[in-house]
Design a binder for this molecule. Sequence first.
Ligand SMILES: [Zn+2]
Length: 113
Amino acid sequence: MHEYGITESLLNIVEQKAAEAGVERVAVIRIVVGVLTGFAPDSIEFYFGPMSQNTVAEGATLEFEELPVQLRCRVCKSLFTPRERDWTCHECGSSEVDIEGGRELYIKEMEVS
Ligand SMILES: [Zn+2]
């Protein structure tokens, strides 16, 4: 399960930021995850519980914000979210598109208690 490593990285970032800010307890962690990463919030949450024990993030609530796929048409430059598996441009029908969004994975903010 690749979520294990990702959860570990996220927790490391949280601990580092908390240490920098002199925070002793993190209450809420907001994580942005693009749908193209393939990371399942449920799995991250599953690993996070036991992994965060005895850290500043023990007992913290994870809130996920899932970002949709965003594509940019190479022909007409329009930005759109594809429907299902149809990745052709909504405006001009071109299939030459670049992925602009959906691969994100980062901590948006943390709330401390
Ligand atoms: Zn287009």
